[in-house]
Design a protein around this ligand. Sequence first.
Ligand code: 3H9
Length: 661
Amino acid sequence: MSSSLPPLASPLVRWTLVDDVALVTIDNPPVNAAGRDVRAGLAEAIARAGENPRIAAVVIAAAGRTFVAGADIREFGEPPVEPFLPDVCAAIETSRKPVVVAVHGTALGGGCELALAAHARVAAPGTRFAQPEIDLGIVPGAGGTQRLPRLVGMIAAIEMIGGGRRLATEEAARLGLVDEIATDDLVAAAVAHARRLVGHSPRRTRDLTVPPFDRVAAEAAVVAVENKARRQISPGEAARVTLAAADLPFDEGVARERATFLRLVASDQAAALRHVFFAEREAARIERIAGVAPRPVARFGVVGAGTMGAGIAVAAVDAGFEVTVVEMNDEAVAKGRDRIAAIRDRAVASGRLSAAAASQKLAATRLATDLSALAGADLVVEAVFDDLAVKRDLFARLAAVVRPDCVLATNTSYLDPNAIGEGLAHPERLVGLHFFSPAEVMRLAEVVDTATTSAETLATVVAVARKLGKLPIVTGVCEGFAGNRIWAVFRRECEFMLEEGALPQEIDAALEAFGLPMGPFAVFDLSGLDIAWSLRKRKAATRSPDERYVAVADRLCEMGRFGRKTGAGWYAYPEGRRTADPLVARLCEEESASKGIARRAFTAQEIVDRLIAVMAVEGERILAEGIVARASDIDLVFVTGYGWPRWLGGPMYRAGRLDRP
Ligand code: 3H9
C-alpha cells in the first residue's frame, strides 16, 4: 500500500512509501541525467530515509524511457557543484538501510555508478549497462573504476571502462552486476527485493575484494586498450585506474579516480569530445524536414558496382534493405560480385562476421544487368562514373523503369546535381547522397538538397542514411559540397606552403603531431596521384592564368610517380617504408625559383594554424552561402568523413581554439 511522504526539495526527484519501502523516483527527462537537482534529491532522500522510522529500505527507480544515462554532460564545462556524485554514491552505499536500484533502459556512466553503489540491482530485460566516459575524454568519476571490478571481475571491468564494452541484462546478471532480472513489474520486484534485505547487514560493494584474476591477462587488456586508443588519453587512463582497484584500498582508489577525472574533464580532448557529442545531436535537427514524414523504403537499388557501389550495397544489405545492384554487363556484374565478396571476406578475416553470415549476405545481394530489375525499387543510388553525360543518360533511362515516386539519389562527388537532374521527370525525387570511401565503413553521408528536391524526398533519404548507420549532414549544392570543397582549399594551401619553403614531410609531420592519423601527402600517395592529375589536365584549358598554381604534383605524375602503387610519389618507399625524397625537395625548390619565391622555414605550429585558418575561412563562406546549417556540421564532416580524430573536434572548433595547446 502506498502512502505519501513529505516531499523532497528537488523538483526532479519524488518519493512515496510503499508499505515500509521508500520508492524514490528520478524524473529528469529525456534521459534522467544526474544533474545537480537529481543529485540533491537523491542525497536528501537517503539522508531522510535513514532518520525515518517508517522506512525500512529504499528503492531508487527512474521515470520515462531510461534509468540514469550518466552525469549531466552540460555541467562538465563548469566547476563541479555540490552535492558531488561520488558523495551521493557513498551515501547510498553506507546507508544502514538497504538501498536497491530498479534499472531499465540504460544505466550509463554515472547512472551505472549509482547502481554499483546500491546494495542490490534489479533490472528489466533489455537494460544496457556501460561506462562510456572514455568517449567524452574522461574516466568514471563516481567510483565506477573501483566498484565495477569488485562486482564483475577485473578483465570485464577493464573491457567496459577502457574499451566501451556494454553489458545487456542477462550478461550483467551472469557477471554479478545484476542480482535479479524482473520479467514482470520492475518496481514491484525491486520493492520486494529490498524488503528481503531488511534485517540483514547491507552488502557494500566497497567491502568486497576484487575476485582473483590473471595479472598478465589484465595488463595485456590495458595495453590493448592503450593501443586501440592511439593518442586519445582517456581509455588508457581509465583502464589503468581500474586496474589499480586490485592494489589500492577502496578510498585511495576512489581518490585516485576522482583526481584523474577532474584532470581529464578540464582537458582539451574532453572539451573537443563534448563538442562532438552535442554537435551530433544538433545535426539531427534539420529545419526543412521538421515534421515531414519519410516515405517507407524497403527495396534499395544501386547502379554501379565499382568500389563505391559495392560498399554502398554492403552497407544497405547490412541495414536490412532488400538490395539489387545493376551493372552494365555480365563481366561488370562478375567484377562487382567479386568486390562485394572481398569486403565480406575482409570482415570474416577480422572476425567481425561469421563465414555463414557472410555467404548469407552475399546470397541476399541481387545483381543484374538490366535496369528493369529496379522496377519495384523505393530508392536507387547511382554510383557510376562521375561524368555528367553518363549520369544524365542513366537517370533518363532509370526514370523510364522505376515508379514516379522512387527516390533517385546521385553519389556524385564533384558534378552539379542540378545539372544531372535537368530534364528529369518528377525532379522533386532527385537528391544527392554522397558517401565517403570505403562506403561500408565511413560514417559520413552528405545529403545534397538540390534545387528541386522535395522535403519528403530529403526526409526519406535522411532516414535511409540513418538506417544505413550513417551520420547524414544536409548540404546545399556547390562544387565539392561541404567536405571536398574545404578539403580542396586545405590541399591547395599545403601546396602553397611547399612553394614557400615547407617540404611534404614537414607538413605531414606537423599535422601528424597535431593529431591527424596521416599527413596529407602520405594520404595522396596512398590513394594515388593520377586521378587528381587527370582532373587537373581536363580543367587546365579553363584555368585562369592569374590563379596561383603549384605544379609539383604534375611534375611527379609526369615522372610516373603516382604514389605507393608505383613505388614513389611525394615520398620514396624503399622496402615499403615512407621516406623523404631529396628529388621531391628539389622539385619544390625549382618551383619556388621559377616563381621568384624566396624559400623560408615553417614551424609546425605555423603550418597547422595556417591550414586550420584557411579551412575555417572556407567554412565561414559555406555557412554564409547557406550550404550547411551550422559550423558544428562542418566539424562532423571532418570527424566522420576525413579521418579527423573526434578528440580534435573538427576544423571550425579548432579555429576558435588556435590559442590553446
Ligand atoms: C558521466 O556519467 C561521468 C560520471 O562518471 C560521473 C562523474 C562525476 N547529459 O542521444 P539522444 C541529451 S559522463 C546531458 O538524442 P537517444 C542529448 O543531448 C556521461 N544531456 O537520445 C539530447 O538532448 P537534445 C556518461 C544528455 O535516445 C537528449 O538527451 N553518459 C545526456 O538517441 C536525447 O539524447 C553518456 O555518455 C547526458 N548524459 O540516446 C551517455 N545524455 O534533445 C550519453 C543525453 O536537447 N548519452 N543527453 O538534443 C547517450 O549515449 C544517449 O543520449 C542515450 C539516448 C543512449 C542515453
